[in-house]
Design a protein around this ligand. Structure first.
Ligand SMILES: CC(C)(COP(=O)(O)OP(=O)(O)OC[C@H]1O[C@@H](n2cnc3c(N)ncnc32)[C@H](O)[C@@H]1OP(=O)(O)O)[C@@H](O)C(=O)NCCC(=O)NCCS
Length: 152
């Protein structure tokens, strides 16, 4: 059946282009990275500093989304390396703001090693990062309350 163009009750027409603007998650971020030879340590597994930098990147994006402005990393805490990440693995990161203070945010980050060919993921590293919302001069800036935040 052809939906008449003039009848808005019939929903989107087949020819309508998808809406180009979508709201991003408010307090979380996901990333997928590949492990290359330059990211390896002497044992042939991912260098810890590489994993930490990816965690910092994912966590900072969750924090920026949450406070809607610039942030700096204040602290990395409770980082546990559970499993080695191997050459050729993909690294899937999930970051989420779990607590908000006046100007600071605690962000939990889980890192999964993924075999792309099979799609299997295993928790390889986890940690909590603290970010501080800052103004243009790099001074701590109060975070406005979010109406739809996760677990806060
Ligand atoms: C993080 C920074 C902005 C804090 O500035 P400050 O003047 O010491 O700030 P305050 O003492 O007023 O603390 C501000 C908030 O940060 C928190 N905070 C500051 N240092 C912290 C730390 N090491 N660990 C956890 N939280 C910390 C405070 O608890 C406070 O939280 P709240 O407002 O939610 O209660 C400042 O120390 C800084 O610029 N550090 C360098 C950041 C950096 O270069 N990071 C790496 C690259 S991004």
């Amino acid at each position: 059946m052809t939906v008449p163009e003039s009848d808005p009750t019939q929903g989107a027409r087949k020819t309508d282009p998808p809406s180009p603007v979508h709201p991003a998650p408010r307090s979380s971020a996901r990333m997928l990275e590949l492990v290359f030879p330059k990211d390896l340590n002497g044992h042939g597994t991912a260098f810890g500093g590489f994993v930490l930098s990816q965690m910092d990147k994912a966590a900072s994006m969750a924090a920026i989304r949450h406070c809607q402005g610039n942030v700096v990393t204040a602290r990395m805490e409770a980082v546990d390396f559970h499993l080695p990440i191997r050459r050729g693995d993909a690294v899937a990161l999930e970051a989420e703001v779990i607590h908000t203070g006046r100007t600071s945010m605690r962000v939990k980050v889980d890192v999964f090693r993924e075999t792309l060919a099979t799609g299997q993921q295993e928790l390889a590293t986890s940690g909590v990062f603290v970010f501080v919302a800052v103004d243009d001069q790099g001074r701590p800036r109060p975070i406005e309350r979010q109406e739809q935040s996760n677990h806060l």
